[in-house]
Design a protein around this ligand. Structure first.
Ligand code: NAD
Length: 504
C-alpha cells in the first residue's frame, strides 16, 4: 500500500474513490478477498460515488485474527500510553474535520453545516475525551481479611466486534472504538454498507497513531459480513448500534458464545410540554430534538410531542413556521438546513408511514398532516432522496404513527389535559431511549425525571450525545451505555478479583 495522504483531501468524491473497495486490516488498506463490491450512491443525486468492498466471512476472519494477535501486545502497553495514542488520533481527526464532514455529507446526504461537519467535530472530541481516561482503569482494594491482600483489576475483554449504522457513522463508531482501545482491547468494526467511506478514512488515518491490527474495519452487508463478525470465535465482546431486529440477531449470536453485548437500538422519544413552559424555547427544542436537519434519522428523535392543551395550537403553529423556514437542498451547500434520506429503501419506508398517517387523518375528525418546507428547485437534485417534513396533529398515541419507529422527518403533536395523562402516554411505548420535559415548575420537572421510562432524560433542553454522559436506552431501546468513563469500565473491561495469602 502506498502511504495514505495525511493532508486533508477536500474533494470527497476523489477521496471515496481513493479508498475504493477496501477494508483496513492489520494497518493496511486491502480489497475484499473474494473481490466483491457494493455500489455506494450520493443520495442527493443518486449518482454512484464509488464501489465499496462487499466483505464476507473470510475477510472478517483475517481481520479478527489480526486483532487477536495485536491485542496481546496492546494490552501490555501502559494504560496512559494507550490513552495518549487515542488522544493523538483525536488530534489527527481534528485536523481532518473539514475533510470528514464533506465526505460524510456526500455519502449520507446530511447537510454539511447543520450535521456533517458537526458530527466530524464530535468524532474528534470523543477520541480526545477517552484519550484522557487511560489512568482511570483502576481496580479497588477490598478489606476482606488481615491475612490476605485482596484487590480487583480492570482487564480488557479482548477483541471487540463493533457493528454500526449509517445515520451518524463517525460518531457512533467513535463511541465504541475510543473506549475499547483505551481499555486495552483491539477492535474490528463492521461499517454500514450504505455509508462506509467516512469511517474507512477515519480508520486509515488512525493507523498513523496505532500499532497495526489494533483497529481494523471491514465493509459489507449485515447478513453476510455483520453476522460473520458477531459469530467469530475470536470476538469476545459485541457492541451494536442499529435496528431492533438486527440487534436481536446480534444478541442471539452473543448468547451462543456467552459473551457480553451492548445494544443501542431504536427509539420513539417523547417530549412533554407543560402549559407553563417557555413556548419559544420549547419550539426551538422541538426542532432540534426531532433532528429535522438530519431528516429525523436519529434514534432519539422527538417523534412524539405531548403539549398541554392551552399551549397546543400556538405550539403547532410556531413549529410549522420554523420547519417551513428550513431550507432543503444540496447537502454540500452551507445554506442548506436539511439534506436527504440515506437510501431508496429507507425513503420508501418513510413514505409508507406518511401515506399511512395521511389515510388515518382522512378517517379522523380534526386530524391533519402539516407538510412543511419545500423540495429543492434545482433540477440537479430532481432524483435526490428528499422528503418534506411532516407534522401530524390529531392522531392518537396508540396509532402506528405514534408507536413504530419511522426514522424519517415525521413527528406528531398530541394534546393533553393533565400531567399524569402526559406521563402515561409518554411511557406507553415499547421504546425507552430519550425523553424531555419542558416546564418552569421544579417539582413537576423532578417528578418526571424519576418517572419517565428512558435512559436519557432532559429538562428544558434537548442535547444530543455528549462525551462524559452515559447514553443508552431501556426497554426495546437497548442494553448498556456508551459515551462515559463508567460505560468504558462497565462494557469494555472485566473485573478480576485477586486474593494473595501472606501465609502468616
Ligand atoms: P440496521 O439494523 O439495518 O443496520 C445496522 C448495522 O447492522 C449495519 O452495519 C448492518 O449492516 C448491520 N446488520 C444488519 N443485519 C445484521 C445481522 N443480522 N447481523 C449483524 N449485523 C447486521 O440499522 P440501520 O438501518 O443501519 O440504522 C437505523 C437504526 O439504528 C434505527 O433503528 C435507529 O434507531 C438505530 N440507531 C440507534 C442509535 C442508538 O444510539 N440507540 C443510534 C443510531 C441509530
Amino acid at each position: 500500500m502506498t502511504a495514505p495522504s495525511l493532508s486533508p483531501i477536500l474533494d470527497p468524491q476523489a477521496l471515496a474513490q481513493s479508498l475504493g473497495a477496501c477494508h483496513v486490516i492489520d494497518g493496511q488498506l486491502v480489497p475484499a478477498s473474494a473481490g466483491g463490491t457494493l455500489p455506494v450512491y450520493n443520495p442527493a443525486t443518486l449518482m454512484e460515488i464509488a464501489a465499496a468492498a462487499a466483505g464476507d466471512a473470510a475477510d472478517v476472519d483475517i481481520a479478527a485474527r489480526s486483532a487477536a494477535k495485536a491485542q496481546k501486545l496492546w494490552a501490555k502497553e501502559k494504560p496512559r500510553d494507550r490513552g495518549k495514542a487515542v488522544a493523538a488520533c483525536g488530534a489527527l481527526l481534528t485536523a481532518h474535520v473539514e475533510e470528514l464532514g464533506r465526505l460524510t455529507a456526500l455519502e449520507t446526504g446530511k447537510a454539511i453545516r447543520t450535521e456533517s461537519r458537526v458530527e466530524a467535530n464530535v468524532l474528534a472530541d470523543v477520541f480526545v475525551y477517552f484519550g484522557g481516561l487511560g489512568s482511570e482503569l483502576a481496580g479497588e482494594t477490598i478489606p476482606f481479611s488481615h491475612e490476605m491482600l485482596t484487590f480487583t483489576l480492570r482487564e480488557p475483554v479482548g477483541v471487540v466486534g463493533a457493528i454500526i449504522p449509517w445515520n451518524a457513522p463517525l460518531l457512533l463508531m467513535a463511541l465504541k472504538v475510543a473506549p475499547a482501545l483505551v481499555a486495552g482491547n483491539s477492535v474490528v468494526v463492521k461499517a454500514s454498507e450504505e455509508a462506509p467511506f467516512g469511517v474507512l478514512r477515519v480508520c486509515q488515518l488512525m493507523q498513523q497513531a496505532l500499532p497495526p491490527g489494533v483497529f481494523n474495519l471491514v465493509v459489507g452487508d449485515g447478513p453476510t459480513c455483520g453476522a460473520a463478525l458477531a459469530e467469530h470465535p475470536a470476538v469476545r465482546k459485541l457492541t451494536f448500534t442499529g435496528s431492533v431486529a438486527s440487534g436481536r440477531s446480534v444478541y442471539r449470536a452473543a448468547a451462543e458464545k456467552l459473551i457480553p453485548v451492548t445494544l443501542e437500538l431504536g427509539g420513539k422519544s417523547p417530549m412533554i410540554v407543560m402549559a407553563d413552559a417557555d413556548l419559544d424555547k420549547a419550539v426551538a427544542g422541538a426542532v432540534g430534538g426531532m433532528r429535522f436537519t438530519r431528516q429525523g434519522q436519529s434514534c432519539s428523535a422527538a417523534s412524539r410531542m405531548f403539549v398541554q392543551r392551552p399551549l397546543h395550537d400556538r405550539f403547532v403553529a410556531a413549529l410549522c413556521d420554523k420547519v417551513n423556514a428550513m431550507v432543503m437542498g444540496d447537502p454540500m451547500e452551507e445554506a442548506t438546513d436539511i439534506g436527504t434520506i440515506i437510501s431508496k429503501r429507507q425513503l420508501a419506508r418513510v413514505q409508507s408511514y406518511i401515506d399511512l398517517g395521511q389515510s388515518l387523518c382522512a378517517e379522523t375528525e380534526g386530524a391533519k398532516a402539516h407538510i412543511c418546507s419545500q423540495l429543492p428547485a434545482d433540477p440537479a437534485f430532481s432524483q435526490g432522496l428528499f422528503v418534506r417534513p411532516v407534522i401530524f396533529t390529531g392522531l392518537p398515541n396508540d396509532s402506528r404513527i405514534a408507536q413504530e419507529e419511522i426514522f424519517g422527518p415525521v413527528t406528531m403533536v398530541i394534546p393533553f389535559d393533565t400531567y399524569e395523562e402526559a406521563l402515561e402516554m409518554a411511557n406507553d411505548s415499547e421504546f425507552g431511549l430519550a425523553a424531555t420535559i419542558w416546564t418552569t415548575d421544579l417539582a413537576t420537572a423532578m417528578d418526571a425525571t424519576h418517572r419517565l421510562e428512558a435512559g436519557f432524560v432532559q429538562v428544558n433542553q434537548n442535547l444530543v450525545v455528549q462525551p462524559m454522559l452515559s447514553y443508552g436506552g431501556v426497554k426495546a431501546s437497548g442494553l448498556g451505555k456508551e459515551a462515559s468513563l463508567q460505560s468504558m469500565l462497565a462494557h469494555f473491561t472485566h473485573k478480576k478479583t485477586v486474593l494473595i495469602n501472606m501465609g502468616r
